[in-house]
Design a protein around this ligand. Structure first.
Ligand code: IVH
Length: 682
């Protein structure tokens, strides 16, 4: 950590942006919510202490994540805000005191509800008929997921007419989520089908909702719980569709045909409100779905306008976040696994324990230092923590373990690889231990499995166990070997008859046509994930072009820093990397490149940021048009941006940033010119 607040603010913003993207765009968080919250709090504290460092676009002022390009943008009638968080009773009290003061000093009544761990959704009904479903997105603009939410049975397609005439327009807000039991059954099905299992119900719900094909969403057990009345039109003040309290809103929504929580509590004092929140926490497992906190709302809706909101969240509501859940269990063993880069990771084998909404039987221990620091030893009763999602963690030994009779000595990191028996090395200053043998069976299997995985070449039927079989039969050791396989070579291996061998070869054959960026991902170069691979392949569209790229050329690309540039060059110039690139190219892999569109590559290597909607294009379509001409279309402006195309309702933060960095901004009418010529209009 640095002492320079400006540097720390910058580092925190970068980290927060990274994790926001993992959470909202990839539906694959890398850290627990609690850790993410801690980063935001640290940033907020620094910004408060150094107001000169606070910026309009800081994540402390904005909500949610970037938008996926898979769905059309929807500008919300009123912003979909987030909630401020309270982490303990004192923070809850301070929020309530402030609300009382802002509301004129009268005591307040609170509506306390479980905080469902799902995805915020806005549903628009026109004359009582469902016309649109939109995600929150960045709070101002969400994604149109109407086709997908239409498959959710707990979402009424028509509002219950028994309530009288429906409003001309009403927006209902709530959460799309997955019940725990339904999630587990779905995950079992996914595994049976050879598909990836989801980490937790929230990610499963997000992944299911974000399917491009709504018939897939229809097979996923999604639910919807309504909790808020959004903007309305044609509603007479004081009528049924204008309840004066939040608990009245819940009743109205139930009457209209929505599922609402049955556990809402109206608390007549701050103390009652604190008790209600504590009860939600103690009873969280009694619910059939995951909750990650409680939401407290001022019950009297007529006060909302006076209470107002910050740029991010209303002052009339707050989220009380639950701390990560902890349970104790027995540490049965500490084992190590070898990854595709040779990195050796210790992990805890646990007596299965239900914590944070799932059963945990294994937990990573990260590296040698972490095991030493935690000093957990086989046979210990250990504390396991899981923050509702992401990776379970062993916190340390439960009290009293140090003096446990028969406790073994400190765990020693093995000195040889469990797979190949080769030596394990820990390079100076590194926390990771590595198996340095490039021919290690485990590394080869992991590397090939990754090459064939969905993120990379997406070769159907080539999962880890099939790869292991091919490696053990000495048929492949490198991804390039896959392209030398014939059905005759595979036939006769266990589980591979004539048909399945032919099918597998056809799948491998088909992967030659995968675009270049997937091949780059498949190489498994450190830090080169989908984003870096896309950017690189747009500028260097063949494997031989990548092989001869220099660090400077790569680092000049928007979105590629010197570290990633160095990694690519280091790989391409290593004996192993050079041979692999050559052999893959000879095998005809990735030759279609990213310029396979057949269009002139007018924007080769240029980063064009698009903001707002462009007539005649969906967001997806506009970005695809840039990619098809060799360009990239990142989600944010940086000094490497070639230009920003501003359509209707552009993002203010992108325009401000472009102005600050003197990046040219062109209007929607110039987009065609840009695509055709690759130059800015005169
Ligand atoms: S009310 C202005 N009520 O939590 C936003 N939100 O961390 C008012 N959430 O964006 C939201 N359960 O996605 C509300 N009972 C509940 C909720 C709830 C879950 C989510 C919602 C919100 C997020 C904030």
């Amino acid at each position: 950590m640095t002492d320079d607040p400006a540097a720390r603010v910058h580092a925190l913003r970068t980290l927060i942006a990274h994790h926001t993207e993992r959470y909202y765009l990839d539906d694959a968080p890398e850290i627990a919510d609690a850790e993410f919250d801690a980063l935001v709090r640290e940033l907020r504290a620094l910004e408060e202490a150094h107001p000169d460092l606070a910026g309009e676009t800081s994540p402390t002022r904005t909500v949610g994540g970037a938008l996926s390009t898979a769905f059309s943008p929807v500008v919300h009638a009123a912003p979909m805000q987030s909630l401020d968080n309270a982490f303990d009773d004192d923070e809850l009290r301070a929020w309530a005191d402030r609300a009382v003061k802002l509301a004129g000093g009268h005591p307040l009544t609170f509506c306390c509800e479980p905080k469902i761990d799902g995805l915020a959704m806005s549903l628009t009904y026109v004359d009582g008929v469902l016309v649109r479903g939109a995600t929150r997105g960045d709070g101002t603009t969400g994604e149109d997921v109407t086709d997908n939410i239409a498959t959710i049975s707990s979402i009424p397609k028509v509002l219950n007419p028994d309530l009288g005439a429906p409003p001309a327009l009403v927006e209902i807000r709530g959460e799309v989520y997955m019940e725990r039991a339904a999630f587990e059954a779905m995950n079992r099905r996914q595994l049976e089908l050879g598909e990836k299992a989801f980490v937790n119900p929230r990610n499963a719900a997000a992944g299911s909702l974000r399917q491009k094909d709504s018939s897939i969403t229809a097979t996923r057990p999604l639910s919807f719980l309504a909790y808020l009345l959004g903007p309305t039109e044609g509603v007479a003040p004081g009528s049924a569709w204008d309840p004066s309290t939040q608990h009245g809103v819940l009743e109205l929504l139930r009457g209209a045909g929505f599922t609402v929580t049955s556990r809402a509590v109206v608390a007549a004092s701050v103390e009652e409100m604190l008790e209600a929140c504590a009860r939600f926490e103690a009873e969280r497992h009694l619910l059939s779905f995951d909750i990650d906190g409680a939401v407290v709302k001022v019950d009297d809706r007529t006060l909302y306008e006076d209470l107002g909101s910050t740029s991010r969240a209303p002052r009339w509501a707050i989220a009380k976040k639950f701390p990560p859940e902890e349970r104790t269990t027995t540490l049965l063993d500490i084992q190590i696994s070898v990854g595709r880069t040779g990195r050796v990771t210790p992990f805890a084998v646990l007596e299965p324990v239900f914590v944070g909404g799932t059963t945990v039987a294994m937990a990573t221990l990260h590296n040698e230092d972490q095991v030493a620091l935690k000093d957990v030893r086989p046979g210990d009763v250990v504390v396991v923590r899981k923050a509702g999602d992401v990776i379970p963690e062993v916190v340390g030994p439960a009290p009293g373990q140090a003096t446990r009779p028969g406790r073994p000595g400190p765990w020693q990191f093995p000195s040889t690889c469990p797979s190949c028996g080769g030596p394990l090395a820990r390079l100076n200053g590194e926390s990771d231990t590595t198996c340095v043998n490039r021919s290690c069976r485990a590394q080869i299997i992991q590397g090939l499995t990754y090459f064939a995985s969905r993120t990379a070449l997406d070769i159907e039927g080539l999962g880890e166990s099939r790869v292991a079989q091919l490696v053990d039969a000495v048929l492949v050791t490198s991804p390039a070997d896959l392209y030398t396989l014939t059905p005759a070579m595979l036939e006769g291996l266990e589980g591979l008859g004539e048909i399945s061998a032919t099918k597998l070869c056809a799948a491998i054959e088909g992967s030659r046509r995968q675009p270049m960026h997937r091949v780059l991902i498949g190489l498994g170069i450190h830090d080169v994930g989908p984003a870096a691979a896309r950017i690189t392949s747009a500028a260097f569209p063949t494997l031989s072009a990548v092989a001869s790229a220099t660090v400077d050329q790569l680092a000049a690309l928007d979105g590629i820093g010197p570290v990633i540039a160095g990694r690519i060059v280091e790989f391409a110039q290593s004996a192993h990397g050079r041979t692999l690139l050559e052999r893959l190219e000879q095998a005809g892999v990735g030759v279609e490149g990213s310029g396979g569109s057949g269009l002139p590559q007018t924007l080769l290597g240029k980063a064009v940021v698009i903001t707002g909607s462009l007539e005649g294009y969906t967001r997806d379509g506009a970005e695809a048009a840039v990619l098809a001409r060799g360009g990239t279309s990142p989600g944010s402006v940086s000094k490497k941006t070639f230009c920003v195309v501003a359509g209707d309702a552009p993002g203010a933060s992108k325009l401000t940033k472009a102005e600050t960095l003197s990046i040219p901004i062109v209007d929607a009418a110039s987009f065609e010119h840009l695509l055709t010529t690759g130059t800015l209009p005169e």
